[in-house]
Design a protein around this ligand. Structure first.
Ligand SMILES: [Zn+2]
Length: 89
């Protein structure tokens, strides 16, 4: 599990996601499937730990190593939007 403390890494991942523009499929709140460059889908999972820190997991190789990959970055904006709607409701 990776905690969002590397702003630079996250910024790079967002830049990559904007270039690649992967397809994002909603699975359920906090869980999204994101298309990979070579086909197939990876699953990005977002959650808060017991201290309320946002963390993300991805099923790709980078994610397994604790890196913020572009899959995670691509689905993050969707997740943040949904989380805002939830809080507002
Ligand atoms: Zn990934």
């Amino acid at each position: 599990m990776h905690v969002f403390n590397g702003i630079e890494q996250l910024t790079n991942a967002i830049t990559t996601a904007e270039k690649i523009r992967p397809r994002i499929e909603f699975d359920r709140f906090g869980r999204y499937r994101v298309s990979g460059i070579k086909g197939g889908y990876y699953t990005g999972i977002y959650r808060k730990d017991h201290r309320g820190i946002k963390a993300v997991e991805c099923t790709c190789k980078g994610g397994e190593q604790g890196l913020v990959c572009y899959h995670a970055a691509a689905a993050l904006s969707l997740h943040v939007g949904l989380a805002r709607q939830k809080t507002a409701a």
